[in-house]
Design a protein around this ligand. Structure first.
Ligand code: ADP
Ligand code: MG
Length: 655
């Protein structure tokens, strides 16, 4: 005689034990089922039939005893191999149909084939053919709630047959059906048995059981009679299926990776459907991600916009300007000093076009009763040229004023406004700078606010010599402004000045050189810090969004525990379930991310209309989107793993 397909040896199953009394529901069942058999297991309600079937179908493990499938000990199989058995060897038909409510008849039937990695075209064709054969050709697009009980049961039979259905396990398949539909389902099972499928039919109804060739009766978890033990019982092995075949295929194929593309597509479709069904809840939960992504993108865009604005402003001051100053004092060295001799020497360098020593400070300035503090700087006659800053009224002081240390002043627009108001013409008037009278000879063009705290129009320019002698009592310039001859050779000029200065100072680097480009860079760095800070605020809202995703996924997993059970019963491996829920989480956060980006563009547009500089960068948009996706993966993982690790039978029987 051939190896039995299924062999149970003293199988026992008990429930409870920790806080509830321990009940043994299956109390030592031994039986063997061979290929080609049509077996009915009959018994009163509560006698342990369903428990036994769950063990037979590898949905549940026995508490003790051995289960050999095609001679192989099932206790030794890992979860992937058990999933293979459920997918390839068994086909389940339940009393409550157990169809996935959100899928059509066609999709429900196709599910086992998706997990088996069957190509889409083949899958569609086979499912259509099966539904056609079961008389449901016109109902393929219907969802379960649009089908009658009998039709739903036929869909579940089609699903059981999808991957071959070598062993059909039917638990009270007619229990919920009217007699007509019940008879149809029984006729179908009869037909399948005659075609060589092993059919194990579980029922409490002796009349139904009588359709089977072999009837096993159980009572209180024990076999009380088995017609196979009667000498007359026939046992014809089917020509098609041999236990060895299945066993070989199990050994080879259980670990195959499946067609992840098909599964992914199916998972995404299912995810989309679930999201759509719960769209209001989904939208609310996604607000965190939407706001997070939108704020990242908008904040970075505003940061970048103002950075560009600052750079453009600074470029207006000219980019060929270098600054030379004495180095700041250290513990060991006093402050470096630049002398006017140094200035004279540097001015002879061919790379230097103009040179201007500067000495200045905030000083009290008085006109009449009007006392104000302004920046007063001693500069030379190159000032308008170096800073590209002309005089609009009167004239700049002259070389002769410089030679004579004349007490003359050129004032900025704000100084004019604040000291003289609109009425009086300042030209020719005397102002007191720290009680030294200076005559106003010219007014500078308005420059507009520069960056930082200093307003460039609140400025008074006097001859260097006058400032040094009359105001500051020092000949040494505070710093020296140098215009390079060629704005493309600023670095070269800087090197030449550096070399000369080192020589003049006998190799001592007690001076510092910088240029506008460096200042712009420094400015850009401040702006970057600002962007970073704003970005981290946005990151926090992304985190909140991630927690939202986790929350919604945990809720989904709980609500769909039964669906997870159905998927496992039709052969989904743990990693299939993990992948499905993970792709749901990722899809969810991708939708959130895209919405956030759209929102950011809208806000950006509004800001632009409000005259605020905004510069969207592709990197920021992509980065924020990637953050959203990563959030989905990170926060979706825990719920997805929770779903994947559910116990099949517990998931299936959950409410
Ligand atoms: P049948 O399908 O023959 O009606 P079951 O196998 O469903 O019977 O249940 C047999 C017995 O096991 C019942 O008394 C039931 O209360 C008990 N039982 C089934 N599942 C569980 C469970 N998960 N926890 C505790 N008891 C259970
Ligand atoms: Mg039952």
């Amino acid at each position: 005689m051939s190896t039995p397909l299924i062999e149970l040896r003293d199988i026992r199953k008990s429930y409870g034990g920790v806080d509830t009394p321990k009940v043994e529901v299956v109390r030592g069942i031994s039986l063997a089922i061979h290929p080609g058999e049509f077996v009915a297991i009959v018994g009163a309600s509560g006698s342990g039939k369903s428990t036994l079937m769950n063990i037979l179908g590898c949905l549940d493990r026995p508490t003790s005893g051995d289960y050999l499938f095609a001679g192989k000990d099932v206790a030794q199989l890992d979860s992937d191999e058990l999933a293979w058995l459920r997918r390839e060897a068994f086909g389940f038909v339940f009393q409550g149909y157990h169809l996935i409510a959100s899928g059509s008849a066609q999709e429900n039937v196709e599910m086992p084939a998706i997990y088996a990695g069957t190509p889409a075209a083949e899958r569609h064709a086979r499912a259509s053919a099966l539904l056609d054969r079961l008389g449901l050709a016109s109902r393929t697009g219907n969802r379960p709630h649009q089908l009658s009980g009998g039709q739903q049961q036929r869909v579940s039979i089609a699903r059981a047959l999808m991957n071959g259905g070598h062993i059909i396990l039917a638990d009270e398949p007619t229990g919920a059906l009217d007699s007509q539909s019940g008879a149809e389902v029984m006729a179908l099972l009869d037909e399948l048995a005659s075609q060589g499928h092993v059919v194990i039919l579980i029922t409490h109804d002796r009349e139904v059981a009588a359709r089977a060739k072999r009837v096993i009766e159980i009572r209180d978890g024990l076999v009380v009679s088995d017609s196979a033990n009667e000498p007359a019982a026939p046992c014809t092995a089917s020509p098609g299926l041999q236990a060895e075949d299945l066993r070989q295929r199990l050994d080879q194929g259980a670990t195959h990776s499946g067609a992840w593309k098909g599964e992914m597509l199916e998972a995404l479709q299912a995810a989309w459907r679930i999201m759509w069904i719960n769209r209001f809840r989904t939208a609310l939960t996604l607000l965190g991600i939407i706001i997070g992504v939108a704020s990242v993108v908008v904040m970075l865009a505003v940061g970048e916009g103002s950075k560009r604005q600052v750079m453009a402003q600074m470029a207006a001051f000219g980019s060929n300007i270098l600054y030379l100053s004495g180095s700041a004092p250290t513990l060991r060295e006093p402050a470096g000093v630049i002398s006017l001799d140094d200035v004279a020497a540097v001015s002879t360098l061919p790379q230097v076009k103009k040179i201007m020593p500067v000495i200045g400070n905030e000083l009290m300035v008085r006109f009449g009763n009007n006392n104000q503090q302004f920046y007063v700087g001693g500069n030379n006659t190159y000032f308008p040229e170096i800073f590209n800053w002309p005089v609009v009224e009167g004239s700049f002081f002259t070389e002769a004023d410089e030679q004579a240390a004349a007490a003359v002043a050129v004032i900025g627009q704000k100084v004019k406004q604040k000291l003289f108001g609109d009425q009086l013409d300042p030209i020719g008037q005397y102002i007191l700078v720290e009680n030294v009278p200076f005559q106003v000879v010219g007014i500078l063009q308005g420059k507009g606010a520069s960056s930082g705290d200093q307003d460039s129009d609140e400025r008074i320019v006097v001859p260097y010599s006058a400032a040094a002698i009359r105001l500051f009592g020092s000949q040494h310039p505070e710093y020296v402004t140098i215009a390079a001859a060629d704005s493309r050779r600023v670095a070269e000029t800087e090197a030449a000045i550096d070399k000369l200065m080192l020589k003049l100072h006998h190799g001592k680097r007690d001076f510092e050189l910088s240029n506008d480009a460096a200042l712009i860079q420094a400015e850009a760095r401040t702006q970057n810090t600002l962007s970073l800070m704003l970005g981290s605020i946005a990151a926090i809202s992304l985190l909140v969004g991630g927690i939202g995703v986790m929350n919604i996924m945990l809720m989904t997993v709980r609500e769909r525990t039964r669906e997870i059970g159905i998927r496992m019963a039709t052969g989904a491996r743990q990693r299939d379930i993990l992948r499905q829920f993970l792709s749901e989480a990722v899809l969810l956060s991708m939708v959130g991310g895209l919405t956030g980006i759209a929102l950011a563009l809208l806000i950006g547009g509004a800001l632009l209309l409000g005259d605020i500089a905004v510069a969207f960068s592709l990197a920021a948009v992509l980065g924020a989107f990637a953050c959203a996706v990563v959030t989905g993966v990170v926060f979706g993982f825990m719920p997805a793993r929770k779903a994947a690790q559910l116990d099949p039978v517990k998931a299936l029987t959950s409410e």
